[in-house]
Design a protein around this ligand. Structure first.
Ligand SMILES: Nc1ncnc2c1ncn2[C@@H]1O[C@H](COP(=O)(O)OP(=O)(O)OP(=O)(O)O)[C@@H](O)[C@H]1O
Ligand SMILES: [Mg+2]
Length: 511
């Protein structure tokens, strides 16, 4: 029987397999759509050094299950000619570079548009301006079988002069979804986003409530720089493409100009190892390319340059945690930059105890990756696995204490297990950093708790001893014929000198 061969477009593939992008059912779709649009809005601000002012509204649409999601930002805006592709073509992105961002795949926002289209048959409406006094406004649908945008009007006819200059983007999405069931997750998502983006203003309104997250600092984290590839991070295909794009005439020239952490000495050694002296990189045969690749793999390099990363920093993380939970004790640490498979990463962690932190049967875990809160699949996440491996009783800590743990991993390539960006794979290098950080925080909390316990015991002893102060000073003053008040003062001073030495506080306390 003759086989029937068909080629599928990326849009068609993701249409059929939307679960892998976080759009598996009407509840999850509502959450994912809001999340993807908010993330694009935040990226558009932070990448351009703009303090984010974001407005999100969720309203009921025409029919029972239709919802209108509107997200407006004050980011860079999008040039009119690429607006259709940005929202109407799967795997189209400005974020494929070697730098830390929330976006990575070129499909989050587009999947929201696709889901909206297949459930309501309505286009997404986009208004955007790059701040030049003009703005573009259009409706976009996706031709799913061809993975092509259909924009009405087309970009050249969509431009008009703005009433007053502005920059940013406003996206209005129509989607058939079960928003009421998703809304708690949406609130949680926004609350956690505010912890890792304390420099953001965000107003949110749905038919149930209004949430306002106010900027707590004017300080944006340092803008990450785009960096060259680290030699450990490339594979054969990337190497081939890099050679094709390079103008270098020698292999040493190509290596030193294309990679970070690869100086002339190392380049010379690699060329010698591969026996490719005097070869033009663009004329390498497949075999020679493989030799070069293997020689590169068998070389040791310094850890990757972390300037492409933008962690939050201990101060901002701690401030975010204190702001949201008002705990009795909070502490944060940042681990030094490390690398896995050539990709730089930094882990920062915080722990909060007591105060507004509720006691639950297990530790409350808050996970973040490149400033994205991760709310699903906690059990499989690397942080959750590391927490289970640690023997907490060594630190006098029990999981049912009111403890919240925050783990933030930043990297140019977060090893997400799914395209929906919900949990981080167990990469030994990342797990190790999380473990070291957690142990450091556990030690600090343990010290605080033992100081607190000692102070409580001392206080109790003091109270008991002082209970008898009046009675015993009266007795002593009678026997020794001394003023009662004098004996009383002496007694109190003596008791305090024995019990009052223990105080909790200092650097560990944040209450
Ligand atoms: N609010 C916005 N402001 C500026 N550019 C935007 C905005 N929303 C989308 N874009 C552009 O559209 C592109 C595609 O967005 P989309 O969400 O589909 O993918 P992504 O953000 O690149 O990656 P990911 O799949 O990880 O979200 C982005 O790379 C960005 O260039
Ligand atoms: Mg995106």
């Amino acid at each position: 029987m003759a086989e029937h061969y068909v080629e599928k477009s990326p849009a068609d593939f993701f249409y059929e397999n939307r679960a892998i992008a976080g759009f598996d059912n009407p509840v999850r779709a509502a959450y994912s759509a809001i999340r993807e649009l908010v993330e694009n809005a935040l990226d558009a601000c932070e990448e351009n050094g703009i303090l984010p002012d974001i407005e999100v509204t969720v309203e009921r649409g025409e029919s029972g299950g239709e919802w209108i999601i509107k997200v407006k930002d004050n980011g860079s805006g999008i040039p009119a000619e690429v607006i259709p592709e940005c929202f109407g073509k799967v795997l189209f992105s400005s974020k494929y570079g070697n730098v830390q961002r929330r976006g990575r795949f070129g499909m989050g926002g587009t999947m929201a548009v696709l889901y909206g289209q297949i459930t309501t048959n309505k286009p997404v409406h986009v208004r955007s301006s790059v701040g030049d006094g003009f703005e573009a406004e259009m409706d976009i649908k996706i031709d799913i079988q061809r993975n092509m945008p259909i924009a009405i009007p087309p970009p050249e006819k969509a431009m008009k002069k703005s009433d007053k200059p502005w920059h940013g983007t406003e996206v209005t999405l129509y989607i058939e979804a079960e928003y009421p069931k998703a809304r708690q997750k949406v609130y949680e998502y926004l609350k956690h986003t505010a912890v890792v983006a304390p420099y953001m203003n965000l107003r949110f309104k749905d038919p149930y409530q209004e949430l306002i997250f106010t900027r707590k600092t004017e300080k944006l984290p340092a803008k990450p720089k785009e960096v060259r590839y680290h030699p450990e991070g490339v594979d054969l295909e990337t190497l081939r493409r890099m050679i094709a794009n390079s103008k270098a005439r020698t292999i040493t020239g190509f290596l030193t100009s294309s990679f970070q952490r690869l100086g002339p000495q190392t380049a010379k050694k690699i060329v010698e190892k591969a026996r490719l002296e005097n070869k033009n990189p663009r004329r390498l045969s497949d075999k020679e390319l493989l030799k070069l690749y293997k020689a590169m793999k068998n070389t040791n390099y310094q850890a990757p340059d972390p300037s492409c990363l933008s962690p939050l920093g201990v101060e901002l993380l701690k401030a975010g945690v204190i702001k949201e939970f008002n705990p009795e004790f909070a502490e944060a640490v940042q681990r030094p930059p490390r690398a896995y498979q050539g990709h730089p990463f930094i882990v920062e962690l915080a722990i909060a105890y007591g105060g507004g932190v509720p006691a639950t049967p297990d530790f409350l875990l808050f996970r973040f990756a490149n400033k994205i809160p991760l709310l699903y699949d906690e059990y499989s996440d690397v942080s959750s696995r590391v927490i289970r491996q640690i023997n907490w009783s060594r630190y006098g800590i029990k999981p049912d204490m009111p403890i919240a743990i925050f783990v933030h991993v930043v990297s140019t390539k977060i090893p997400f297990k799914t395209l929906g960006k919900e949990y981080i794979a167990y990469i030994p290098e990342i797990a190790r950093e999380i473990e070291i950080g957690l142990r450091e925080l556990a030690r600090k909390l343990s010290l605080y708790l033992s100081k607190k316990k000692a102070a409580m015991l001392a206080e109790r002893r003091e109270k008991t001893l002082l209970k008898y102060a009046k009675w015993s000073s009266a007795l002593i003053s009678e026997v020794l014929l001394v003023e009662e008040e004098e004996v009383y003062n002496l007694y109190v001073r003596l008791v305090r000198s024995k019990t009052g030495g223990v105080k909790i506080g200092g650097e560990d306390t944040d209450s």
